[in-house]
Design a protein around this ligand. Structure first.
Ligand code: THU
Length: 160
C-alpha cells in the first residue's frame, strides 16, 4: 500500500484592490451579473465573469427554478454560454462573487463541485490553465492558478 498525497496551492488577497487591474475589472462584471441572479428560493446570488483569449468577456448568474434541481449555478451558466457563443476560444480566467440575502458574505465563495467538474472539461480541452478568482461581497479574494488545484484527482475524458 502506498500513500498518495495531493497538495494544492491557492493565493489569498486581502481585498479586490490588491488583485491586478484586469481582475478588478472582470470582478466588477461578475458583480453586475450577480445582481441580476434569479435566486428567489435560496436568496443566494452568484455572478461569474469569464475573460476569453479573444478579449471577449461573458458573464452569468445563477438561475433557480421552482423544481429546485432544474436551476443552474452562475459558473456553469457563464461557461456554457462561453462554449456556445465562442466555441474553441480559450478561457483565460474567471471571476466569481456570491452574496447571501440572509447575511453579509465576507468569505470567498468557491465554486461547487459540479461547477468545478464543468470548468475542468474546458481546461482539459484547451490545455491551458484557467485562473479562477472568487470572493464574497467584499473582503478576501482567493485565486487558484488552475481549476486542477480545486479539483485534484478529477475525472475526465481520458478515464472513459
Ligand atoms: N450556486 C452557484 O451559482 N454557484 C456555486 O458554485 C454554488 C451555488 C448557486 C446555486 C443556487 O442557486 C444557490 O447558489 C444556492 O446554492
Amino acid at each position: 500500500m502506498k500513500e498518495i498525497k495531493i497538495e494544492s496551492t491557492l493565493y489569498a488577497f486581502n481585498s479586490l484592490n490588491e488583485t491586478p487591474k484586469e481582475i478588478q475589472d472582470l470582478m466588477e462584471i461578475a458583480i453586475e451579473a450577480r445582481k441580476k441572479a434569479y435566486a428567489p428560493y435560496s436568496k443566494f446570488k452568484v455572478g461569474a465573469a469569464i475573460l476569453l483569449e479573444n478579449g471577449e468577456i461573458v458573464s452569468g448568474s445563477n438561475q433557480e427554478n421552482a423544481s429546485y434541481p432544474s436551476g443552474l449555478c452562475a459558473e456553469r451558466t457563464a461557461i456554457y454560454y462561453a462554449g456556445a457563443k465562442y466555441p474553441n476560444v480559450k478561457i483565460v480566467n474567471m471571476a466569481i462573487t456570491a452574496a447571501s440575502e440572509n447575511q453579509e458574505t465576507l468569505e470567498p465563495i468557491p465554486p461547487c463541485g459540479a461547477c468545478r467538474q464543468a470548468i475542468a472539461e474546458y481546461e482539459n480541452n484547451q490545455e491551458n490553465a484557467i485562473e479562477i478568482y472568487f470572493m464574497g461581497v467584499s473582503g478576501k479574494v482567493v485565486k487558484s492558478n488552475s481549476l486542477a488545484n480545486l479539483l485534484p484527482f478529477g475525472f475526465n475524458k481520458s478515464n472513459l
